[in-house]
Design a protein. Structure first.
Lengths: 368, 310, 259
């Protein structure tokens, strides 16, 4: 067999009417140059340049493609440009958020910041800091403790209730009326705004302990209202994917249902459940609104969740920005807020990473 | 027949079953009870506010006038957020699922998931310290050149702490959430449908349009609705970013307020019937978010059978 | 060990749907009985009623009597858990517990019920059960490895070892070889032949050669059509069923004319 067709890399029948790969880059360069030229007449600024160049690029790219490749290809290129555009537009603010937290947070961060509270840090102290006469004072030890305790109590309340509810739905409810009602209202609960959960807890404890009662436990109850549906949802999913064959195998050995659930079903699903619970904790640990109406805010350490107001990390950030310690020199407060935000973001990220690791490492091998 | 050898089982084991199943049922019922309490509670605490003398309430207007303005503010903020976030979020989700290189896509998906987990107070802090000042020049420009549109009536706020800024912050906040949910839906598109489209000579965009989007439509709607629910209930971003005031049409002046932010700002210092008014506001917010969730569910249920998702 | 089973006038329902109608059968101790019949004829459903496993499916219920050496499984006050600890079951697909080692899988019936036993007793049970399932030589060096690491045939024998570890009177097998390759199937069939020295074995199978190879008696189930209940058509010595059945339908089925 002899090869008679010469391979024509540049102009084969299949590449006819197709723009070369460098075409979009050329168009982009052109767009940048033209928009720079236009703006230099009206007064140059970077953002205007970027926006104008982007618009020019999308239009020109479409036009060139339409002329050479036809309408369908042009539409395809236009859509692709829009997707990339959406991605870039989305990244600008998100990168800005991360960048702001990182740069400002690291500037305000120190070991003292983690170990001291805000007692004795008053406007005068901050004024001295702002004037460069002393280092940044104060820290988040009290807020970290509060966040830890409130989240711990929220977990103590939510995890048993959430897990047992999921067990009821998967193992006992069997699509009955109560199970369907619970599923429906768990859905409703997922949509409760966090501030409303806070109001509920505040009102509930006002009824029990008298008006104006604020303490860590009230915040924990508010967070539980937000956390329970997440725990129920994820645990339910995880219990559902445990193969029925394992339950039957256990029953056939003469094992009771509750022992089957505790010793076979839950261990099989535990990695998924643990990862779901971790995600739920990560979600409530940054909740601010329910805490400022339930736990109050203080500048000193309080380790008792059942009495007195309690600080928390998100509330710390909020109040440092809203009501700076020194109204005339808010910079030290802002710096503290960013450092606290950095700590909070790191906590949330660690929890999320932890959840993924748990799911990956402890997943049982249901191999076939 | 009474001497059945199979009946002499340990009664202790049976009790264990009974206790465990009862515990599970009680836990489930407790959720219903709590939710019932939330509803009863909010209603009970709200009632005094409805009949209260306007003089006792904040601003000296009747509760309904007060809450009306707050509802409008809440809806405006959420609408801005949704208008800005939805197209971008869907675009980014499509970009990650169908346009970005495979290796990049996985990392991006992961980053978006992490961004969705950032607490809202941080977005609020960013909004007030970075975004608001940065938006002042565009606002001034808008007031000068588009001031004849009521939405952009000047004079523009000198701090940038306006409704539009708050809406943008909300958009930035809900965008990762909507992206993350939409991306999951896009990835579930049956490969067979996509390949069928490509095999017919469709371009990538045509494949997305005929195979991916129809399949994902109910999923996108529910993702957007979830984002809307978040935006409506969001407290901290608004409380920090918006310099609140009476109801006003212009989005680039300070003014307006949302329900959630009003509760967060006023609750710590409120007392008496003013507290009741805040509970009533909370109830209204609860009802609005509930309605949004129901509508989302209804849309998803209605479209499920036509989506080919089976 | 090993008891006989006598079934009298048994009907099985799913909700209002009659799935299996009017079964009467007497299964002798220390025999292997095979249930054969086309798909959907109710043989697996009926097998499950012999240790009340059908109760796991919502809405399933029975009428009639199942006697284990004269004790009615469905008598008032009988705990299904007790029934199942005396009548074990092996399933279609091997299902070792994925979170447990091979050793723990064998001991599952004891450990899950929180019975305390000494380590030497436990070792004895593990060895004798795995010996009894012809698996000991293959796994004795890796008892602490997860059971899911074994091959399909080994997993199925592990499940049999797990079943005999609780010392049942009867072992029910629901198509135990349908997910296995021919060599593993042979190993299970050899094992069934040995098991009948100690246990009453009832096996559901789709494979008529298998029924002919392993069973002493064979019961043929059939169904008149979709929506109709399954029925026991003929029950006799295996040799009789395969060479000289008394019912036309049985002959058609075993000679491969339908089904």
């Amino acid at each position: 067999m002899t090869v008679t067709t010469e391979i024509r890399s540049s102009r084969s029948a299949l590449t006819r009417n197709k723009l070369p790969n460098w075409a979009p880059w050329a168009v982009a360069a052109g767009a940048l140059v033209v928009s720079a030229a236009v703006l230099s007449l009206a007064g140059f600024n970077v953002w205007g340049w970027a926006v104008l160049a982007a618009v020019l690029f999308v239009a020109a790219n479409w036009a060139v493609s339409f002329a050479v490749e036809g309408a369908r290809k042009a539409t395809d290129r236009f859509a692709t440009s829009l997707m990339f555009g959406a991605f870039i537009v989305a990244m600008v603010p998100l990168v800005s958020v991360i960048w702001t937290v990182l740069t400002n947070g690291i500037a305000g961060f120190s070991l003292d910041f983690l170990t001291s509270d805000m007692q004795g840090v008053r406007g005068r102290v901050d004024n001295a800091t702002a004037a460069g006469e002393s280092p940044l004072m104060g820290g988040i030890a009290h807020a970290l403790t509060g966040t830890f305790l409130i989240t711990l109590w929220a977990s103590i309340i939510s995890i048993p209730i959430g897990l047992l509810t999921a067990i009821y739905l998967v193992e006992y409810g069997q699509g009955g009326r109560l199970a369907r009602a619970i599923t429906f209202f768990v859905d409703v609960m997922t949509g409760i705004p966090s501030i409303v959960a806070g109001l509920f807890a505040a009102g509930l404890f006002a009824l029990i302990a008298g008006p104006g009662f604020k303490a860590g436990i009230v915040g924990a109850v508010a967070l539980s209202v937000l956390m329970i549906p997440v725990v129920v949802r994820s645990s339910e999913e995880m219990l559902k994917i445990v193969p029925n064959e394992l339950r039957e195998a256990s029953y056939a050995l003469g094992v009771r249902k509750w022992r089957t659930i505790v010793k076979v079903v839950i261990p099989t699903a535990i990695s998924g459940i643990a990862s779901g619970v971790t995600i739920a904790i990560a979600r409530v640990i940054g909740e601010t609104a329910p805490l400022i109406v339930t736990a109050g805010f203080v500048t000193r350490m309080n380790t008792n969740v059942f009495s007195d107001w309690m600080a928390s990390l998100p509330a710390f950030i909020y109040y440092q920005i809203l009501n700076p310690t020194s109204p005339t020199n808010p910079e030290p407060s802002t710096l503290r807020a960013w450092a606290a935000a950095l700590v909070l973001i790191i906590l949330v990220m660690l929890l999320n990473l932890g959840a993924r690791l748990i799911a990956r490492i402890f997943a049982p091998k249901i191999g076939r | 027949m009474s001497s059945n050898a199979l009946t002499d089982s340990g009664s202790a084991g049976r009790a264990g079953d009974k206790i465990f199943s009862t515990a599970a049922m009680v836990a489930g019922s407790l959720i219903l009870f709590v939710l019932f309490c939330v509803a009863v509670f909010l209603v009970k605490e709200s009632i005094p506010a409805l009949t209260a003398d306007p003089a006792d309430l904040k601003g000296g207007v009747s509760f309904f006038a007060h809450i009306g303005a707050l509802i409008v503010g809440t809806l405006i903020a959420a609408a801005i957020a949704l208008l800005l976030a939805t197209p971008v979020a869907v675009g980014v989700a499509l970009f990650i699922s169908h346009y970005a290189p495979r290796r990049l896509a996985q990392g991006l998906g992961y980053i978006v998931d992490l961004l969705a987990a950032i607490p809202s107070v941080i977005y609020g802090a960013w909004g007030v310290t970075v975004l608001a000042p940065a938006l002042v020049p565009p606002y001034v420009w808008l007031a000068e050149n588009a001031g004849w549109i009521p939405l952009f009536t000047g004079p523009a706020s000198a701090t940038g702490k306006t409704m539009l800024t708050a809406g943008v912050v909300l958009a930035v906040m809900i965008m990762p959430i909507v992206t993350s949910l939409s991306r999951e839906i896009f990835l579930q598109t049956p490969k067979l449908h996509e390949e069928a489209a490509l095999a017919l000579g469709a371009t990538r965009w045509e494949m997305v349009r005929v195979a991916v989007l129809p399949f994902a439509r109910p999923g996108i709607v529910s993702a957007v609705m979830l984002g809307l629910g978040r935006a409506l209930g969001e407290t901290m971003a608004i409380a920090l970013v918006l310099s609140s005031g009476p109801m006003i049409a212009s989005l680039i002046q300070s003014g307006n307020q949302t329900i959630a932010a009003e509760i967060a700002l006023a609750f710590p210092e409120s007392s008496g019937v003013q507290t009741n008014a805040l509970f009533a506001a909370g109830l209204v917010l609860f009802v609005i978010t509930l309605a949004v969730n129901m509508v989302a569910r209804w849309i998803v249920a209605r479209h499920k059978e036509f989506s080919g998702a089976n | 060990m090993s008891k006989r089973i006598d079934v009298a006038d048994l009907n099985v329902y799913y909700g209002n749907f009659l799935a299996v109608e009017d079964v009467n059968i007497n299964i002798d101790a220390k025999t292997v009985t095979a249930f054969i019949g086309p798909s959907g004829c109710g043989k697996s459903t009926f097998l499950r009623t012999l240790n009340r496993m059908h109760e796991v499916i919502p809405g399933a219920r029975v009428e009639g009597k199942v006697m284990l050496d004269g004790d009615n499984l469905y008598g008032s006050g009988v705990d299904p858990v007790t029934v199942r600890s005396q009548i074990g079951m092996v399933f279609q697909r091997p299902n070792p517990f994925p979170t447990m080692s091979i050793r723990d899988n064998v001991l599952a019936g004891i450990k899950l019920n929180n019975k305390r036993i000494s380590k030497s007793d436990a070792d004895g049970i593990v060895e004798s059960s795995l010996q009894g399932a012809n698996l000991w030589n293959e796994v004795k060096d890796r008892l602490d490895k997860p059971g899911s690491g074994l091959s399909g045939g080994q997993q199925q024998r592990l499940c049999i070892a797990r079943t005999i570890a609780v010392k049942p009177e009867v072992i029910l097998m629901d198509e135990p070889c349908s997910a296995l390759d021919p060599i593993s199937t042979l190993a299970i069939e050899d094992l069934i032949n040995e098991l009948k020295n100690d246990y009453t074995v009832v096996i559901v199978t789709h494979n008529m050669q298998q029924a002919a190879r392993v069973s002493d008696k064979t019961a043929f189930f059939n169904i008149a059509g979709t929506g109709k209940p399954g029925k026991l058509i003929e029950y006799a010595e295996t040799a009789t069923i395969f060479s000289n059945p008394s019912v036309k339908a049985t002959e058609d089925y075993v000679s491969g004319r339908f089904g």
